[in-house]
Write a protein that binds this ligand. Structure first.
Ligand SMILES: [Zn+2]
Length: 603
């Protein structure tokens, strides 16, 4: 299989692609583009971005029919068969393709058709330089194997098969690059977009984090190099894992400037994202659900295990920052408490189990609407808390002899390294095997059921106090100690909604289950106009409500579509949904030793 791809018309965001098939299927060759990209569980129907497509053989047109939303069939010909098509690339995300005068980026899933029946054959790809003028001197950053191309240059690359071909996104731009070495493998950091980041510092921190994860699993999977492919924008966040690279979309403010020395919240978020995607190099790119071996990219692929692949990864991403020395224990506990706060703020956690959230990721988690906080739970956040609770439980039962670290190592040895998919429920069984005791009730309650995790009790064993309190304000993300007394916090009056600033006005984003607003009849999408006759504007709603106590009534004017409506709302007190974690050193030595083993563990 041979492909050609050219950033053909950057101004119009068009790649031109050619695919050459020497020996097409005798009864007509079928082709398709994936409907989804591994790591992002939403049907995106990438074929919709194919503007036109045609087939020829020896220069003569070949009849070419579309047979479903993502597939085509060429009429039988003796070959060779050549496809030519244009791909519209204007999705600035890590999941698709994007092209303009500044850069070109693509995932193979957006641009390379799968030649049915020939998925296991090696492929070659010629990445051609842009035809129209572009800004700067473009180079190529990808982990595709070079097959003639000079390093960082346009030219010939290759892939072992189709699965390999689509797992090495390509960035072409006048980017900045730096590198460091871990486990004898060069790790490159390539950044596109305007920024003045301190790349030396980024590399020094990433090196520590990568080393921590390599030490955790005992080895880096075999690869030529690893690539952090980063796009910097004014406001953006996202990452997608690949077998030897990750694509990241980050905000400019997330990167440290020269002279910065502290790890502020933004930079910590950036390091956490890098840590997360790097951990995926093992957990989900190699240790993967059985149903993903091989990936079936034409339609949804259902698994109840995403809590283990995203939740456990989310647990170790921040823990990795601590274990690598990038952040302090208190920073870690703050971050952990904020994750807990996010989970505790969604009543959907009582309606959907994490296992079901994983199964329904395609239609629920990835397609959240205004009712999501009431209806669903995140397999990332609650999944990471299940990982924490499982880790602390395993440590408690075995007096720190065994932990989640051992489970991950076992999964790597038995599945990841061996290239075998993990069957549904196998992870639970292996956890039991490691500690030599039943965990059925644990998983039934917290993974397949909707019980809140017993974190307060488990954290006591490591000398950490779990404190649940009302939020100080709508800006309170949890994790920080409140200066106000508990009684004081409870006196804050709330409407029971989440709001969104919308062009100077304030719109209701979500109306919370069982809250004051829903009882009074307010709805998501309503634009707040006035509270007791005083104008709502900007973010003054909380200031207006400060004059009231829970239980008092207010008149709320709002627009629903273009109709002015009036409601009387009885204000509520804030929910107990904000979590702080406090280190308690006034405990016996055994507890301090438990904490040390947990936070610093490195098998
Ligand atoms: Zn992830």
């Amino acid at each position: 299989m041979h492909y050609h791809i050219t950033p053909y018309n950057p101004a119009a965001h068009l790649f031109k692609v050619k695919c050459f098939v020497d020996n097409p299927a005798i009864d007509g060759q079928e082709f398709s583009l994936p409907a989804w990209i591994p790591g992002s569980y939403l049907v995106r129907d990438f074929a919709k971005n194919i503007v036109w497509i045609k087939a020829t053989s020896n220069g003569e047109p070949v009849r070419f029919d579309k047979i479903d939303k993502s597939s085509w069939k060429a009429e039988a010909c003796t070959g060779p068969l050549e496809l030519e098509y244009e791909v519209y690339a204007w999705d600035l995300s890590v999941r698709s393709a994007h092209l303009d005068q500044n850069h070109g980026y693509f995932n193979g899933t957006s641009v390379f058709v799968r030649v049915h029946g020939k998925e296991n054959l090696p492929c070659s790809v010629e990445i051609c330089s842009p035809i129209n003028s572009v800004i700067g001197d473009w180079r190529v950053a990808t982990t595709l194997t070079r097959a003639g191309a000079e390093e960082y240059c346009f030219g010939k690359y290759s892939a072992a098969d189709y699965d390999d071909l689509i797992d090495h996104p390509v960035e072409m731009a006048d980017y900045r690059m730096a590198s460091f070495e871990v486990a004898g493998v060069r790790h490159e950091v390539v950044i596109t977009g305007r920024h003045k980041a301190d790349l030396d510092r980024v590399c020094a921190d990433l090196k520590r984090i990568c080393q921590t994860h390599v030490d955790f699993f005992g080895q880096l999977p075999k690869m030529e190099k690893y690539l952090f492919q980063i796009m910097v924008v004014g406001d953006g966040y996202g990452g997608l894992e690949h077998r030897s690279s990750t694509s990241l979309l980050v905000s400019r403010k997330d990167l440290p400037l020269i002279g910065d020395t502290k790890v502020n919240e933004d930079y910590q978020q950036f390091l956490g994202l890098c840590s997360h995607e790097y951990f995926h190099t093992w957990n989900v790119k190699r240790i993967k659900p059985e149903v993903f071996v091989p990936y079936k990219l034409q339609t949804e692929s259902y698994t109840r295990q995403l809590w283990a692949f995203e939740g456990i990864t989310s647990y170790y991403d921040d823990l990795g920052l601590l274990r690598s020395g990038c952040i302090e224990v208190q920073d870690y506990l703050t971050t952990l408490a904020q994750t807990m706060t996010r989970v505790w703020r969604g009543k959907g956690r009582f309606k959907q189990s994490v296992a079901d959230s994983s199964f329904d990721a395609w239609t629920k988690f990835y397609r959240q609407d205004e009712n999501a906080p009431n209806a669903i739970v995140s397999y990332y956040t609650k999944g990471s808390l299940i990982a924490l609770a499982l880790d602390l439980t395993m440590r408690k039962i075995t007096a720190n002899e065994k932990s989640l670290d051992d489970l991950m190592l076992m999964l790597w040895q038995r599945y990841g390294k061996a290239g075998i998919g993990v069957p549904e429920e196998a992870i639970e069984q292996h956890a039991e095997e490691i500690i030599g005791c039943e965990l059925g009730a644990f998983f039934q309650k917290y993974l397949y059921g909707t019980d809140d995790l017993p974190l307060a009790e488990l954290l006591l064993n490591v000398g950490v106090e779990f404190v649940l309190r009302p939020a100080e304000s709508s800006k309170d993300k949890g994790g920080k100690a409140s200066q106000k007394s508990y009684q004081n916090l409870q006196q804050r009056a709330e409407l029971g909604v989440r709001t969104i600033a919308d062009n100077g006005s304030l719109k209701i984003g979500t109306v919370f289950d069982d809250g004051s607003a829903i009882k009074a009849g307010l709805a998501a999408g309503d634009v707040l106009v006035a509270v007791d006759g005083l104008k709502v504007e900007g973010d003054n709603l909380e200031t207006l409500l400060q004059q009231y106590k829970p239980g008092e009534q207010v008149d709320v004017h709002l627009f629903r579509r273009d109709e002015l409506m009036l409601f009387t709302v009885e204000l509520q007190s804030p929910a107990m949904d904000t979590i702080e974690l406090r280190l308690n050193d006034d405990v016996d030595e055994r507890v301090i030793a438990n904490r040390k083993a947990w936070l610093q563990s490195q098998k």
